[in-house]
Each structure stands twice: as C-alpha cells, then as structure tokens.
Design a protein around this ligand. Structure first.
Ligand code: SAM
Length: 228
C-alpha cells in the first residue's frame, strides 16, 4: 500500500468513526475499559512531553509545531503554559474539535492556531517540531519520509513518538482491533527504534532524551532529538 492510500484511509477514518472514538478517548467522559487504558497511556505521553518542555526557561519564546495535533491534547496545555503553537491535523473534524476545546480552556488567548493540513504539506520553521502517535498509521518507509520533512521544519528540536517493533507482536493485533467496522483496513504499524534513530541522524539530529510509555493496550516510544 502506498502513502496516498494509507493517507486517504487515515484521513477518512479520522473524519468519521475514528473521530468519534478518539475524541472520546482523548476526553474525560465515560469510556470502556480498553479505551480507558489507552487514555491513561496517551496521557502519560502528553505529560512526558509537557514535562520536557516546561523544564525550558524560555518556553514563552519557543515556537512549536504540533503536527497531527488531534483534539489538541498537547497543544492546549502547552499554549496555556505560554508557548506559541502552530497545530495542524489532516482531519478537519479533529481540528474543529481542537479549536472548540482551545476556546473553552484558553478563552481569547492566541497562543495556539489550528489548521487543517497534512504534515507533508507543512511549511515554515519552528524551534521545536512535535509529532505524537501519528507514525503508527504509516509503514516505516513512509514514516521515514515524514520524519525527513518534519526535520526540515525544525530549527533545533524534533520530538516524535511511535509504537516500537520490539514489543510482542500480539500488540499489533490488539491495536488493530481498536479500528472497527469498515475502517478495519486502517492498520497500526510498528517501527524499529534503530531505523527511526538512523533516519533522525541522517537528518543531522542527535537523540537527547527517550521515554517509553506503556499500559496494557498502549505503547509509545518518545524520542527527543536535537540538531548536532
Ligand atoms: N498527536 C495527537 C495526540 O497525541 O493527542 C493525536 C494522535 S491521533 C492517534 C493521530 C492523529 O494524526 C489524528 O488526529 C490524525 O488525523 C492525524 N494524522 C494522521 N495522518 C496525518 C498526516 N499525514 N498529517 C497530519 N495529521 C495526520
């Protein structure tokens, strides 16, 4: 399957059944046990990145690109902490929801702007480019191209997360089962950390920090890479 096919499937999914499912997981209403487990795991990923960035003295002067921002789970608290965020997502529905949530939390603050845009089409330069839990939707070859593009936007730092391939393969099936109905073809791809690190190094980055967040149904490796 090529990128266009994967991208179209992913986009359609996150504008339909995927939107409903993930909007609930990334919320605080009632969800089933599996979804609750994923919610907790995902929140750990968000908290890890927030901790890393809030540790910066210059957060208010930091320009951040949140590529594949979903409902704004990272962008909104980061904007609340003072950073300037350009958030974007391939799914119009996700962006609408993120905009609504930002207004509820941030009022008239203009620290975050949301845009419907696939990450391959993003332009500009940002101090920090972040892409969380997006690469799981693409095979490693396409994920590599995405990382290359995100690298070109990052002046000094790139933070990405992905499902590592080293974990038992049943995980793949478990995640796959989370995509219901007609969108079953939306696959979950795992990536070998070695390959992802190599791609980052080829783009002139060096790994600074790593974290692993996992629960029963959620696995996410986070890498922070800075320019050499
Ligand atoms: N990064 C968010 C977070 O961690 O809360 C959302 C993660 S969600 C699992 C994946 C998101 O990536 C979805 O909102 C989806 O629409 C978006 N996405 C998938 N492919 C994309 C692409 N090629 N460009 C931009 N966004 C994409």
């Amino acid at each position: 399957m090529n990128t266009i096919d994967d991208k179209t499937i992913v986009k359609d999914y996150f504008n339909a059944t995927g939107f409903d499912r993930w909007r609930r997981i990334y919320g605080d209403g009632e969800v089933n046990k599996v979804q609750e487990d994923i919610r907790i795991g995902h929140q750990k990923t968000i908290d890890t990145v927030l901790d890393w960035l809030k540790g910066e003295e210059n957060l208010a002067s930091l320009s951040v690109c949140d590529a594949g921002c979903g409902v704004g789970s990272l962008s909104i608290p980061l904007a609340e902490a003072g950073a300037k965020i350009s958030a974007s997502d391939i799914s119009e529905k996700m962006v609408q929801e993120a905009t609504k949530r930002a207004k509820e939390t941030l009022g008239e603050s203009n620290n975050v702007t949301f845009m419907v845009q696939d990450l391959e089409g993003l332009t500009g330069e940002y101090d920090t480019v972040i892409c969380l839990d997006v690469l799981i939707h693409y095979p490693t070859e396409d994920a590599g191209k995405m990382i290359n593009h995100l690298s070109s936007l990052a002046k000094s730092r790139l933070i990405i997360s992905f499902a590592p391939k080293t974990l038992c393969l049943t995980l793949l099936k478990k995640i796959g089962e989370l995509f219901p109905g007609p969108s079953k073809t939306t696959r979950a791809y795992q990536h070998r950390e070695k390959e992802i690190v190599q791609i980052l190094e080829n783009n002139g980055f060096k790994i600074q920090r790593k974290a692993m967040n996992s629960t029963r149904f959620y696995y996410s490796r986070i890498l922070e890479a800075t320019r050499n």
